[in-house]
Every structure is written in C-alpha cells, then in structure tokens.
Design a protein around this ligand. Structure first.
Ligand SMILES: Cc1cc2nc3c(=O)[nH]c(=O)nc-3n(C[C@H](O)[C@H](O)[C@H](O)COP(=O)(O)O)c2cc1C
Length: 408
C-alpha cells in the first residue's frame, strides 16, 4: 500500500486542480509548463476540458444501489475502474520516481499503465513495479533497429500491448517551451542555460531531488546498436524523429505479435483504417491538445469513431479528463475506458507515487458517486440514455444524445 501522504490528502487536495496547484509550486516553470501546456493558442487544450460541459446527465431518481460495479475489461484485462494511465514522456523530470512510481500506483489501484518511449526508467523496472497490465507506447526515435530492440525487451518483460501514437508527424508548436528555454536547458551548452537558471534555483526542493537522482536521465529504452542509450533531447527534436506511418504499422505487426492500439485518431475514416490494418483498439485523442491546435476536442470526436468502427475494435479516448464525471460521460458516449494524462502527472509532480495514488483515488470516488447519483448500478449499464448534449452534437446512431431545445 502507498503510505498516506498528508500533503496530498483532504482538505488540502480535494480535486485534480488542487494537485495541479501543488505541481506548479514544486516544479520549475519550464517543467511545469511542459506538463501543463498545449500547442499554439491552446484552443484544443481548453476545449478538451470544456467539451465535457456540453454533456448533461439525465439521472434516474429513487434508485437504491447496494453495490456499485466500476469494473471494466480492456483488451481482456479487468480494470478496477474505466481509466488507465496514458503515456507521459519525461515523467522522471517531474519526479525521480517517474514512470516506475506511476506504474506502481496504477497497479496498486487495479488499473493499467502505458509507458512512453520517452522514459527515464528502464522498461523492465517499470513492468516489475506494477501488478497491473502495462503497455508500451512506441515512437520510432532512434530508428527501426532501436525500436526492434525495445519491442523485444518489452515482450520479454511482459508488456501486454503495444500503443502506436500516430499524431506526431512533427512536434506541435508548444509556445511555452521555447520561451522557457526547454531546449537550452536540456542541451549541452552551459552558457545557453544561464538565463533560465534563476527559476530553477527558486525551486530548491525539485532541484535537490533532480540532482540526487543523477541529473538529466538517459532515454533508457532507446538503445541504438553500438551507441548505447540515447541522450534525453528536447521534445521538439524528439518528435521530429517520431513519426509512425501506416507502412511502419505493417512492419510493426511483423515484429510484435501481441495486440496493437493506435492512439491519436479523431475521425471515423482513420479509425476504420486502423481496424483494417489490424489494430485491436484505438484511442480517440489529440495528444492532450499538444499537437495540431484547433482540432476538435476528443470527446466531440468520439461518437463519429464509435459509429465508424461499429464494434470491430475497442474504443478508448483521452483528453481533458479532470473529474470522474468526465469519465462517466465518455463511457455514456461509447468509450470502453479513458486514458488520463495530466490528471495523474500533476499528482506525480506534486508528490511522486502518493500523488498519483491520490489522483486515481479522487477520480475513482468521483466515478462511483456519479454512478450512484445517476441511479446506475454499473459501468456496463451506462449508455446515451443517461446524457443529453447541447450545441447540436450529432451522433449518427442515437438521438437521445441530442437536446434540440438548447442550441446555445
Ligand atoms: C507531459 C505530457 C507528455 C506526454 N507524452 C506523451 C508520449 O510520450 N507519448 C504519447 O503517446 N502521448 C503523450 N502525451 C499525451 C498523453 O498520452 C495523452 O494523450 C494526453 O495527456 C491526454 O490529455 P490530458 O492530459 O488532458 O488527460 C503526453 C501528454 C503530456 C501532458
């Protein structure tokens, strides 16, 4: 069990926003902004969260529920509630426990963790830390040979699915990063770092833990033959080498025999293509508003994808989930489960493993309370009859999701 950490317990931390505030306090600005920010004007980042406000509940009154069943199955794994932890690169910069701490917290909570390629911890250590399902998310940084090595290690370590992220042909323009000197801080020139050092020094708690952890970690799972583990590089450079194409996906199917999840789709056409190419699941996602700005919020893209794949693959979604009621709304719209990104990463940055545990606990309690208030005994029973929406959301199959009288 994770020991109770009073710094993240109630009343100091009651919701995810409270964890965000603690993360902001502990982290230097470049690290916090990397975690918190989005691309360009951050329209999609904002809309991802706001879109949930366009969906209203239609509760059933006078329903007494003795046992509330939050369990769901994703790719054959039973999860204690319908949320998994999304891949979050550079987690070890947020807290030394990084990916290991997050995976351990997920496993203890009975749910799954997805490890990013951009990880400062060895994938074997991450898998060993968790008693739950762990999936590996692949970028082709370092080339195909390095990827083959990582996939072989992941298979031997017991990773049960591979996630291919397809929304990073280049990095989105995350304007906060260049302003904060992210590239300079991770680069080799000491001189170039100087303007950004005062802010780092103003966060002695983070700085001490970073130095005790050995400073900038290596990318332990990108090992190029004859060259060793890759150095950590800034995200813009990393993602410029990260593109995965449909052709790559065919090659990957030849080297990975387990289930493949395609993450980063927003249209029915792409979701059908992923299914035709052999994916077992898709994640409706815009990378948390960090890639192409002004794409639609993930929640809004979800119904189109659900209709298009017609049950052929499992559909997950992520983007903007900050409350358990958000999770319930996504399930009502047809998602099998959601991925949470910043919601747990704020907890990690605030307090390591116990912060992640607290984030999961908050969301889990929210989901259970929401179900009881809805008069719905189980996740399995959620459907569109429990919601209505405004702004004329269209979902081709179902009309109970529409509320024609409200067109604000
Ligand atoms: C700091 C940060 C790093 C991320 N790194 C990755 C990554 O390495 N690979 C990936 O597929 N997605 C990455 N994502 C996207 C998340 O997996 C997920 O799609 C997104 O965070 C969901 O939105 P949310 O943060 O609003 O929950 C990252 C997101 C954040 C916030």
């Amino acid at each position: 069990m994770t020991p109770v950490n009073h710094a993240v317990s109630s009343p100091r931390v009651v919701n995810i926003e409270d964890l965000r505030v603690l993360a902001q306090r502990r982290l230097p600005k470049p690290v916090f902004d990397y975690l918190d920010g989005g691309a360009e004007a951050e329209f999609t980042l904002t809309e991802n969260c706001r879109a949930f406000r366009d969906v209203f509940f239609r509760p059933r009154g006078a329903v007494g529920i003795v046992d509330c069943d939050l369990k769901t199955r994703v790719l054959g794994h039973e999860l204690s509630f319908p949320a998994m932890l999304a891949p979050v690169g550079y987690s070890r910069l947020m807290h030394p426990g990084g990916e290991v701490a997050a995976a351990r917290a997920a496993g203890l909570a009975g749910t799954g963790y997805i490890l990013s390629t951009i990880s400062g911890h060895k994938l074997e250590d991450v898998k060993a830390a968790s008693r739950g399902p762990v999936w590996y998310q692949l970028y082709l940084l370092g080339g195909r040979e390095a990827a083959e090595g990582a996939l072989d290690r992941a298979r031997r370590a017991g990773f049960s699915a591979l996630v291919i992220t397809v929304d990073t042909p280049v990095a989105g323009m995350r304007e906060r990063d260049p302003r904060n000197g992210m590239k300079e801080l991770l680069g080799p020139s000491l001189l170039a770092k100087i303007p950004y050092v005062p802010n780092i020094l103003a966060h002695p708690g983070w700085l001490a833990s970073f130095l005790l952890d050995g400073g900038v970690p290596k990318l332990e799972n990108i090992v190029r033959p004859g060259k060793g583990s890759m150095e950590l590089i800034d995200v813009a450079t990393a993602l410029s080498q990260a593109v995965v194409t449909w052709e790559d996906l065919r090659w990957i199917r030849g080297v990975w025999s387990g289930p493949i999840v395609v993450k980063g789709l927003l249209t029915g056409d792409d979701a059908r293509r992923a299914a035709d190419e052999g994916a077992a699941a898709v994640v409706v996602s815009n990378h948390g508003g960090r890639q192409l700005d002004s794409v639609s919020p993930s929640l809004r893209a979800l119904p189109e994808v659900i209709t298009a794949v017609n049950g052929q693959v499992e559909v997950l979604m992520d983007g903007g989930v900050r409350r358990g009621s958000d999770i319930v709304k996504a399930i009502c719209l047809g998602a099998r489960a959601v991925l949470i990104g910043r919601a747990y990463a704020y907890g990690l940055a605030a307090a390591g493993q116990s912060g992640v545990t607290r984030a999961i606990e908050i969301l889990r309690c929210d989901v259970e309370r929401t179900l009881r208030l809805l008069g719905c005994p189980s996740i399995r029973d959620l459907d569109r009859s429990y919601i209505s929406s405004r702004n004329g959301w269209r979902s081709s199959k179902d009309t109970t999701c529409e509320e024609p009288s409200d067109t604000t």
